[in-house]
Design a protein around this ligand. Structure first.
Ligand SMILES: [Zn+2]
Length: 328
């Protein structure tokens, strides 16, 4: 039987699908019954095994898809949206997500074009366009298949401070620009998406703002952790790994890790590596070639974080960013 967590009339059924997923060991979504209605918080992976696991879990709980009243998304990534169309094909229910998630889950044509334009420019400026050539093939394919990929409804926008099903919506950007958490103050529960994972790290993936500028993802992530830290919390229900308590201890570990990662890029620059690619090779070696997209997000994110904190400065030389240590 599935472990459920209950407090008064509120009940959460974690759906923890255990399978290696990148560096992670599970993909999670949650059924949340607040005594009024049943929400599906995140919607997992579009994958046969996941779908079967999802239905099997519902069966054990003696629930069915028709019992679900709405879908709430913590962010747009495809390991959180996979079953939306499956659910909608059985029952037409509202889907809520951060307003910035909407063009992403609708696979909006101009959004996808902007994304390709942005990444071409950014990877040129950071001198690493060759190593990510595969990524552009994927982006072009996504663009071509956008009609099949989009969710089969018009999702409804959420904003910071909104209330939904008795939970407060809080923006926590960093992992993605549209990351939010749902906080139920009455039971002190957080449905926190990929913000804080126990014993696993969250990547701050590079992304762009409305003006097509690179977002300060690591700075945003740092601030979001601070905001999350302050919420009085009994249970955290994350997008991966196990639900956990004592969230402040976990967040402290993340702060320490951010400091270490910042130091690592500064040390690489201090050794004379001035461009993004050689900094990335210095830190990650050959792994860079297998996980170029993730690693470059990380390296660019931390370089910019060190610049924002006044520990590095950058100069544009022949169209490419070069990094230098600020001598103190
Ligand atoms: Zn995820």
């Amino acid at each position: 039987m599935i472990e459920q967590i209950q407090n008064g009339k509120s009940r959460v059924y974690p759906i923890v699908y255990r399978e290696k997923y990148g560096n992670l060991s599970s993909v999670n979504c949650y059924l949340y019954d607040n005594g009024n209605s049943l929400s599906l918080i995140d919607a997992g992976l579009k994958k046969t095994n996941f779908i079967e696991f999802f239905y099997e879990t519902l069966r054990q709980l003696q629930l069915s898809i028709t019992d679900i009243d709405q879908i709430l998304l913590t962010h747009h990534h495809d390991d959180h949206t996979g079953l939306i169309n499956e659910v909608l094909s059985i029952k037409d229910i509202p889907v809520y997500a951060h307003h910035k998630a909407l063009p992403r889950i609708h696979f909006d044509e101009s959004y996808l074009q902007n994304k390709i334009t942005f990444f071409k420019r950014i990877y040129v400026e950071y001198g690493c366009i060759e190593i990510v050539s595969e990524r552009f093939k994927t982006m072009e394919q996504t663009y071509d298949n956008r009609e099949q990929l989009r969710i089969q409804t018009t999702a409804l926008p959420l904003h910071n401070g909104d209330e939904i099903e008795g939970m407060k919506v809080m923006e926590v950007p960093g992992h993605s620009p549209d990351s939010i958490l749902f906080y139920d103050q009455s039971v002190r529960w957080q449905f926190s998406g990929d913000l804080v994972l126990k014993n696993a790290s969250t990547n701050a993936l590079i992304d762009f703002d409305d003006d097509m500028q690179l977002l300060p993802t690591v700075s945003q992530y740092y601030q979001s952790l601070l905001d999350c830290f302050k919420l009085e919390t009994d249970w955290m229900f994350p997008g991966h790994e196990e639900p956990f308590q004592q969230h402040q201890d976990e967040i402290q570990i993340k702060f320490n890790r951010i400091e270490r990662k910042e130091k690592r890029v500064i040390d690489a620059v201090a050794k004379g590596h001035r461009d993004t690619l050689s900094i990335a090779y210095e830190i990650y070696g050959k792994r860079l070639e297998v996980m170029a997209n993730l690693i470059l997000s990380e390296v660019i994110g931390y370089l910019e974080f060190a610049v924002a904190r006044g520990n590095l400065f950058k100069t544009m030389e022949q169209g490419q960013w070069k990094f230098n240590v600020v001598q103190k």
